[in-house]
Write a protein that binds this ligand. Structure first.
Ligand code: CTP
Length: 396
């Protein structure tokens, strides 16, 4: 289930680097998008042409060779997961201490995606107390460490320190991305901003791009769920994802209410209009007729309709706020949701139209959990982990 996943593959200077070419190939064959980042010493073991040929993109070799101002941040934010294979003793030391003097270490320091490393070194180096300390620090930071295995090493030696096989690294990457964790789940997601017609050419709308809801839907599908996405924006295409394109709050309500009884989880990320023109004109309103009186009426509350169903799915609401997240706590209670994701849409670089989101979760007991600013896909990944955890505790 690596299809569509974005993987940064970091390669450092050890003889096992030749196997990383095979790993790159496995990931590409599984449908992942792969960008490689190589250290200077890795280039003594593996050529850039090999990696370009396998991934379709030239490897990134350093800060100063890339056309963008901050290639480490671009790669760190782009990645759904970062893999370092092989990870030499020196690389482990750098990563454990946050020393970001080369591009790869800077990517690992800057990313908030899962990190998987596959150490490879001589047995003496692997068992040295400093490597043990670095290993403990990396594990404590949440890094997944696969291997090393025991077997033949460079220079005719043998023992623990050999990089595990590429298949095992690919499997660890899949696990770090939550592959299969939503297997058997049926999920409904709403997304986008509804448009309520004033006349055949004009509408009352909002600034939602649909990116957050689409990320939630795509992430669920990537984790194995069967997803229905009801969206007022142009939908993404993905395996196990059925998209239903709607325009108005009324259409969204009908699409959602007719399906919500069949799903396990409903995530309502759409920005639904609360009011619509009571009597949209059938023909274009003319300027010469002067400014029209726009009389508005309430739209159906899609979420409230799902909250009232018995039985109902595990229900996640979103709240677009223009102030501190504390303001959304009362909303979580009044809406009757199991989880509310609040975001302040006035924060620069977060929310409407942006690639990132800075959200706060309001948990069933009313506690507020603030998350740092993250790429929307990462917010979606963490959200599904949280939902799985809450559901396993026995909430509906
Ligand atoms: N929502 C909905 N149908 C509506 C309005 C909102 O399903 N007609 C859902 C949104 O998808 C979101 C949640 O309700 O999950 C909260 O939306 P928000 O606009 O923040 O809340 P409102 O209830 O509209 O409250 P207010 O406008 O007063 O902030």
């Amino acid at each position: 289930m690596l299809a569509g996943r974005r993987i940064v593959l970091g390669i450092t200077g050890g003889i096992a680097a030749y196997k990383s070419a095979h790993l790159a190939r496995l990931l590409v064959q599984a449908g992942a998008e792969v960008r490689t980042v190589v250290t200077e010493s890795a280039l003594r073991f593996i050529g850039p042409a090999t990696l370009s040929g396998l991934t379709g993109v030239a490897p990134a070799t350093g800060f100063w060779d890339e056309p963008t101002a901050a290639p480490h941040l671009d790669l760190a934010r782009w990645a759904d997961a970062v893999c370092v294979a092989p990870a030499t003793a020196a690389t482990m030391a750098r990563l454990a201490h946050g020393l970001s003097e080369d591009l790869l270490s800077a990517v690992v320091l800057a990313t908030r995606a899962p990190v998987v490393i596959a150490p490879a070194m001589h047995s003496e180096m692997w068992s040295h107390p400093s490597t043990r300390r670095n290993l403990a620090a990396l594990l404590a930071d949440g890094v997944t460490v696969v291997g090393p295995a025991s077997g033949p090493l460079a220079g005719g030696d043998a023992g623990p320190g050999r990089m595990v096989e590429p298949e095992e690294i690919a499997a660890a990457l899949e696990r770090s991305l939550g592959a299969g964790t939503l297997e058997g789940w049926r999920v409904l997601v709403t997304a986008g901003g509804t448009r309520e017609p004033i006349d055949p050419v004009r509408f009352v709308g909002n600034r939602s791009s649909g990116k957050m809801g689409h990320a939630v839907a795509e992430e669920a599908a990537a984790r194995g769920a069967v997803v229905t996405l009801v969206t007022a924006a142009d939908p993404p295409a993905a395996r196990r994802l059925e998209a239903i394109r709607v325009e108005t709050a009324q259409e969204m309500a009908e699409a959602v209410w007719s399906r919500a009884g069949e799903v396990d989880v409903a995530v309502m990320a759409a920005a639904v209009a609360d009011f619509r023109p009571a009597q949209p004109a059938s023909g274009k309103l003319r300027r010469a007729a002067g400014p029209p009186d726009l009389v508005l009426e309430p739209t159906p509350d899609v979420l409230a309709g799902v909250a009232a169903m018995r039985p109902r799915p595990f229900l996640v609401g979103f709240a677009a706020e223009t102030g501190p997240a504390e303001g959304a706590v009362a909303k979580a209670v009044s809406k009757g949701v199991d989880l509310l994701v609040a975001n302040d849409v006035t924060v620069a670089g977060s929310g409407f139209g942006s690639e990132d989101n800075e959200v706060a979760l309001i948990l069933p007991d009313g506690t507020l959990e603030r998350w740092e600013r993250l790429p929307k896909r990462r917010v979606a990944a963490l959200l599904w982990e949280r939902i799985a955890e809450l559901r396993s505790r026995g909430t509906p």
